[in-house]
Design a protein around this ligand. Structure first.
Ligand SMILES: *[C@@H]1O[C@H](CO)[C@@H](O)[C@H](O)[C@H]1NC(C)=O
Ligand SMILES: *[C@@H]1O[C@H](CO)[C@@H](O)[C@H](O)[C@H]1NC(C)=O
Ligand SMILES: *[C@@H]1O[C@H](CO)[C@@H](O)[C@H](O)[C@H]1NC(C)=O
Ligand SMILES: *[C@@H]1O[C@H](CO)[C@@H](O)[C@H](O)[C@H]1NC(C)=O
Ligand SMILES: *[C@@H]1O[C@H](CO)[C@@H](O)[C@H](O)[C@H]1NC(C)=O
Ligand SMILES: *[C@@H]1O[C@H](CO)[C@@H](O)[C@H](O)[C@H]1NC(C)=O
Ligand SMILES: *[C@@H]1O[C@H](CO)[C@@H](O)[C@H](O)[C@H]1NC(C)=O
Ligand SMILES: *[C@@H]1O[C@H](CO)[C@@H](O)[C@H](O)[C@H]1NC(C)=O
Ligand SMILES: *[C@@H]1O[C@H](CO)[C@@H](O)[C@H](O)[C@H]1NC(C)=O
Ligand SMILES: *[C@@H]1O[C@H](CO)[C@@H](O)[C@H](O)[C@H]1NC(C)=O
Length: 441
């Protein structure tokens, strides 16, 4: 442990020394402005804020925040994403009305914190977390960059969704590496199934996380009425890691390498062929086969179209062989370690028994999953229920959860299985025969 952390500590120490010798005033206030040739640094020297030009461009200038000591400039936040400064004449300052503002040489306001009715005696400071905050003279936070993230998630940031107002804090990718204006890819809480994260292209889901069980998320206030659902990632090595949504829609998780000079990619989502949204049709689940994927029908289901299925077109998924009775004679088959399907509803604080009977009593319910939920200091359980089709199911040996799928009752099950096996056997046999005879021709 000590060995592992030593390089980080040395790096932090050097950063601190750097700060002692190089930075005079890291606050921005009405009597102090920064020009394009200047930066401000956080008190521990970890982050810097100033003007930069993305990629190879030299014309467009943006206000950004980056790691102060990492040679490869890693921009984690951009203020004026859609309104670049096109010459060297702009300044960033705190205006008389209390707002942080970027003003070009002609006095045109390009970007501002845009608050109304705030105290006039404010100042802005860049924190060692990478958060740029505007405070009043009593140090109350009026505005913070963490509430308007660009394409990067830093530890201690919150990705959130207010389920009442619909207001959310999401990441949005840059349009391209030369242009930080918001592109088509976003990352945030799913508005439909609240306990999961999604990467989207416009309104189309590209990737979604496993629904949360613990610790990553917590609910502020009463879930039924208010409120804000807040996600916070839990990192152990705080300052030195980040998530970035890149311009092709990949969510990359990186660590600063121990020498402190570049980033190492730890994981990237989607991470494999099964991780791309809906790799298989309804009622079938994805399984990796090397780097490719394959789909299997859930037990009690068969391919909707055998011909398509055989040529590995899995899009139409599977159908129930025996219809549900939609009464208590139905029962549940357990699937272990699954990435749970999409489109669920949440019932809070049910026991496993209540979750199951709740599903059984509901004529629409086709599956359920139950887990204990820990977030912040709140502990409870979450029962997820599905109605209708089960989509985006994946066999996930390392991260999955038990899924209980509703099927017609026990008396039918063995027969179904036998018939299914026989039918499958017969169709394989027929296929084999066909191939053979074709070959024979
Ligand atoms: C930075 O730019 C401003 C305005 O162009 C200028 O007055 C100042 O001398 C420059 N500072 C340095 C250190 O170059
Ligand atoms: C930037 O310029 C370098 C060297 O000219 C070139 O290799 C690189 O591809 C350019 N990057 C972009 C994004 O255009
Ligand atoms: C400031 O906010 C108002 C609405 O609240 C909006 O209409 C306006 O475009 C914003 N201005 C800037 C510079 O972002
Ligand atoms: C503004 O705040 C500073 C401390 O942050 C204080 O010294 C100063 O008197 C205040 N000015 C006004 C006009 O309130
Ligand atoms: C974003 O989507 C729109 C509409 O689908 C498309 O026209 C545009 O080219 C996309 N932009 C980028 C940067 O991919
Ligand atoms: C939320 O609403 C459900 C029914 O709508 C109720 O049974 C439950 O007690 C409520 N929970 C809280 C915390 O108010
Ligand atoms: C994100 O990770 C992928 C690998 O999965 C890599 O190809 C891509 O370049 C990474 N994006 C960035 C911006 O580093
Ligand atoms: C797979 O089947 C669907 C539904 O019949 C069809 O629309 C689609 O074009 C097929 N995909 C491929 C790659 O053949
Ligand atoms: C949740 O916690 C309760 C009480 O600690 C325990 O009885 C129950 O088995 C747990 N349920 C699950 C699904 O882990
Ligand atoms: C679930 O139970 C926990 C512990 O008793 C409680 O703190 C939490 O508010 C409950 N959640 C809901 C949504 O009722």
């Amino acid at each position: 442990m000590g060995q592992r952390f030593l390089p980080y500590l040395i790096w932090l120490l050097i950063s601190s020394l750097y700060w002692v010798f190089c930075v005079a005033d890291n606050r921005l206030h009405p009597d102090n402005r920064i020009f394009v040739n200047q930066t401000i640094t956080s008190s521990g020297g970890i982050f810097a804020l100033g003007f930069f030009s993305p990629g190879n461009s030299t014309e467009n200038r943006y206000i950004g925040i980056w790691y102060n000591s990492i040679p490869e400039k890693t921009v984690v936040w951009v203020a004026n994403r859609e309104a670049p400064l096109v010459d060297a004449s702009g300044v960033l300052t705190v205006m008389a009305d209390g707002n942080i503002a970027l003003i070009d040489g002609k006095g045109v306001l390009l970007w501002s914190s845009n608050l109304t009715g705030i105290p006039v005696n404010t100042s802005a400071v860049l924190l060692d977390s990478g958060n740029f905050v505007l405070r009043d003279s009593e140090e109350n936070v009026l505005w913070e960059s963490f509430n308007q993230p660009s394409d990067t998630y830093l530890p201690t940031m919150d990705i959130s969704l207010n389920i009442n107002t619909g207001k959310s804090i999401d990441l949005t990718a840059w349009k391209d590496p030369q242009d930080p204006s918001p592109g088509n890819f976003s990352f945030g809480l799913d508005r439909k199934s609240l306990l999961q994260l999604v990467v989207k292209e416009g309104s189309k889901i590209l990737w979604r996380s496993q629904p949360w069980r613990a610790r990553q998320a917590f609910v502020v206030g009463n879930f039924n009425t208010s409120d804000t659902l807040i996600l916070s990632f839990s990192f152990t090595e705080k300052v030195l890691s980040l998530y970035t949504l890149d311009t092709s829609g990949r969510l990359n998780f990186s660590f600063l390498n121990p020498r402190g000079n570049s980033w190492s990619l730890m994981s990237s989502f989607p991470s494999n062929a099964c991780d791309i949204y809906k790799p298989c049709g309804a009622f079938s689940f994805c399984k990796l086969e090397g780097s490719a994927h394959s789909c299997r029908c859930l037990e009690g289901f068969e391919p909707t179209n055998m011909k398509e299925w055989e040529v590995r077109n899995f899009s139409r998924g599977c159908l129930r062989k025996v219809p549900l009775r939609l009464n208590k004679k139905d029962e549940f088959l357990r699937y272990e370690t699954m990435k749970l399907p999409d489109d669920f509803s949440i019932w809070w604080n049910r026991t496993a028994e209540q979750c199951m009977t709740g599903c059984l009593d509901d004529g629409q319910c086709t599956a359920y999953a139950i887990a204990n939920f820990t977030g912040g200091d709140r502990i409870g359980s979450r029962c997820l229920v599905w109605s209708g089709e089960l989509i985006d199911l994946v066999k996930a040996p390392n991260s999955g959860e038990d899924l209980y799928v509703r099927v017609a009752s026990a008396q039918l099950a063995p027969t179904v299985a036998v018939v299914a096996t026989l039918l499958m056997g017969a169709s394989f046999f027929l296929l084999f025969r066909k191939r053979k005879s074709r070959k024979g021709k």
